[in-house]
Design a protein around this ligand. Structure first.
Ligand code: SF4
Ligand code: SF4
Length: 261
């Protein structure tokens, strides 16, 4: 990754289909945000500032998935205006919880919710940013971890590759000294889920439900086998376990389909 040239780098933050939680993670950086604001020109960040400076941008953070023809066209413009583009959060990196539509006919959902669905302009699937334009880095999480976000921003500004752990939530869980909830009988997706949250849920004695998405080379087959043989988890509940925040991630999508009747 080549370091950028002189002058304050321009940062832009764009929102597509999402709850805004990942943008709030950036605002939640508080003290660090002031340092970031001193290092970059916040050129476009509607949730934080009325200033709207036109591109090109040195670093663009994109929150949300692509669900409409308008957004499918806009993300291409954003990509063209950005030197580096980082997708942040579950929606942008995988399609989000709204990607549950990908397993059904979205027209049926629209007809059930809206009196006049014919006025809607929506795509049949919710897709990650990487399915629409090239992405320089994907930062998982629902929402993202602010420390990881700061690492990604610092890395891109310094012209280096971000350091992100490739291991599962289990390792973070062990580092915290937690008693494993899986061996106590609670289904936990920690063994197949990407680290980053600090094992938040098992620390409070509940199973992980996979909101940081699949880790590298997740052994979902083995975990499903443990869930069903040791914990008595039914096939429909196995489908539900994988079909949550990262339902559209290829590894979880495939595993949920295996258990779908
Ligand atoms: S509680 Fe979950 S995340 Fe923690 S070690 Fe057990 S399986 Fe892994
Ligand atoms: S433990 Fe699992 S569900 Fe809980 S915050 Fe971490 S990744 Fe998300």
């Amino acid at each position: 990754m080549a370091p950028r040239k002189k002058g304050k780098p321009k940062l832009s933050v764009w929102k597509f289909a999402s709850c805004d939680g990942c943008q709030l993670s950036l605002l939640d950086c508080e003290d660090e945000l002031l340092t970031i604001a001193g290092e970059v020109e916040i050129a476009y960040f509607v949730e934080a500032s009325r200033a709207m400076v036109r591109g090109p941008y040195d670093l663009t953070l994109v929150d949300g998935s692509i669900t409409t023809p308008h957004d499918a066209a806009l993300i291409k413009q954003v990509r063209r205006a950005s030197r580096y583009l980082v997708a942040i959060g579950t929606c942008a990196t995988s399609g989000g919880i709204q990607a549950l539509r990908n397993f059904h006919d979205v027209k049926e959902f629209a007809a059930a919710v809206y009196a006049h669905p014919e006025y809607l302009e929506t795509l049949p699937e919710s897709t990650p940013i990487s399915a629409n334009v090239p992405v320089d880095y994907n930062l998982n999480g629902c929402p993202i971890n602010k420390r990881q976000l700061l690492e990604v921003i610092s890395a891109f500004l310094a012209g280096r590759t971000p350091v992100a752990p490739p291991h599962s939530v289990c390792l973070e869980c062990k580092i915290r000294g937690n008693i494993c909830v899986l061996v106590l009988g609670t289904p936990c997706l920690g063994p197949v889920t990407h680290a980053g949250c600090g094992a938040l849920c098992p620390t409070y004695h509940r199973g992980c439900y996979g909101c940081y998405g699949p880790k590298e080379t997740p052994n979902t087959l083995s975990l499903s086998s443990w869930f069903s043989s040791r914990l008595g988890v039914s096939e429909p509940d196995l489908v539900r376990a994988y079909r949550k925040f990262y339902a559209n991630a290829p590894e979880f999508r495939l595993e949920s389909k295996i258990h779908e009747k």
